[in-house]
Design a protein around this ligand. Structure first.
Ligand SMILES: C[S@@+](CC[C@H](N)C(=O)[O-])C[C@H]1O[C@@H](n2cnc3c(N)ncnc32)[C@H](O)[C@@H]1O
Length: 395
């Protein structure tokens, strides 16, 4: 039994037992779902809640008083993988931001290949272009946005690199045909269904080398995550999209402005929910889609009218800001108290998703390595699955 398999089994059991902690929908709750934690959570005011939530170690120690098995879920530590020797920008890297530049250099430092490269969901193909610049035989970048493809092609041709684009939908059948056995397939920050397709197509084509950094696990076709590995199917946690979002809710490293906007967004979403429950007479949370941040720079009334239109509701002639925002205050504290508990499961849940993929690749005849490819200051999505197919199944 591989180390990854043992870790996955242990993690599955513990996460299954802790479902009551990570599954509740904070926006739908009208009270704290854990009677044994109620006093302790209610003793924390908003400042204390925010401070504790932002300090993972302290929050883990705090919750472990009532959840003694929680440290076990955080026991698995992943290795730091290779890093680029430096991040000095050459002239040709013009236009690539500092953090993205560090990400692609660190990603490239983990790929040692003599094979042609397929870059999956490439954007402008920054990673592919760097790999071509570093001497890759040939790079094919798949991307469906024609604008990004055209910009990537132009940058590659200026540098006379062996780098082409295929402008197509990664979920179309023809995209599967791009995977070959003698190839290194790479994907940096490919979202849910796209990284699942990447893994399935690579395994079917027996692609020799893979490097994947997954992102946005909730962007899948179905309502629930379908584990890829046979073991994952047996130990399925039946993760819905809401639970799949949890790993992505890490505290962003934004400054004061970002924090302030997040505070307004949370309050206004809840205030609108109070308003819509009053309008419809239905005591159910009604989620709003994501929206441009500029909507938060105006007045709550305007936001509420926009939200009513989105949900085909007729807004009242006069919207009493103070009333609805006041109701939202109390709910915001409830949401933050629930999230303080849920956030302690971000790492184990993401690890479970990564291990399912790693074990799938092992089942498919790959040697797999899982670790961090870049520093946290460059991106919160810094996991890398590296896999190499065993030749003649020399396991
Ligand atoms: C998060 S970005 C990552 C881009 C690039 N790999 C990077 O790290 O800079 C995801 C990319 O996938 C592309 N994409 C999304 N859905 C796609 C699809 N169905 N087919 C092909 N590309 C897709 C988007 O246009 C976007 O450029």
């Amino acid at each position: 039994m591989s180390t990854l398999t043992k870790q996955f089994q242990q993690l599955s059991t513990l996460l299954q037992q802790a479902k009551g902690d990570w599954q509740p929908l904070p926006f739908s709750c009208t009270q704290l779902p854990w009677p044994e934690l109620t006093d302790a959570l209610q003793a924390l005011d908003e400042v204390a809640l925010d401070a504790l939530d932002a300090n993972s170690e302290a929050a883990l120690a705090w919750l472990s008083q009532w959840r003694p098995q929680l440290p076990e879920l955080h026991r698995i530590e992943l290795p730091e993988l290779a890093r680029a020797p430096h991040y000095a920008n050459p002239r040709w890297s013009n236009g690539i931001g500092g953090r993205k530049w560090a990400q692609i250099n660190d990603f490239a430092a983990n790929l040692n290949t003599q094979h042609p490269i397929l870059e999956w969901c490439a954007g402008k193909g920054h990673l592919g272009r760097l790999l071509a610049q570093q001497g890759a035989l040939a790079v094919t970048s798949l991307e469906w946005n024609a604008d990004l493809c055209a910009q990537g092609e132009q940058l590659a041709s200026q540098l006379q690199l062996p780098h082409q684009f295929v402008c197509t939908n990664a979920l179309d059948e023809q995209a599967a045909a791009l995977f070959k056995p003698q190839q290194a397939a790479v994907a940096l920050h490919a979202c849910g269904e796209l990284h699942l397709a990447f893994l399935k197509h690579s395994a079917t084509a027996h692609t020799q080398q893979l490097a994947l950094s997954p992102c946005c696990y909730h962007l899948i076709a179905g309502q629930h995550y379908q584990p890829l590995s046979t073991l994952g199917q047996q130990l399925d946690l039946q993760l819905d999209r809401h639970s799949l979002r949890l790993p992505l809710q890490q505290q962003a490293t934004g400054g004061e402005r970002v924090r302030r906007l997040r505070h307004i967004e949370l309050t206004w979403r809840l205030a609108f929910d109070e308003l819509q429950q009053w309008l419809t007479g239905q005591a159910h949370y009604l989620p709003l889609p994501s929206f441009p941040k500029r909507l938060l720079s105006g007045d709550f009334c305007d936001f509420a009218r926009w939200a009513c239109e989105k949900k085909s509701l007729t807004p009242p002639a006069v919207i009493d800001n103070q009333h609805w925002l006041g109701l939202a205050q109390a709910r915001r504290l409830l949401v933050k108290r629930i999230e303080l508990v849920r956030h302690r499961y971000q790492y184990p849940l993401e690890l479970w998703l990564l291990l399912d993929k790693a074990i799938f690749l092992e089942e498919q005849g790959y040697q797999v390595e899982l670790g961090y490819f870049t520093d946290a200051q460059h991106t919160p999505r810094r996991y890398l699955l590296k896999a190499e197919r065993y030749t003649n199944r020399t396991k």
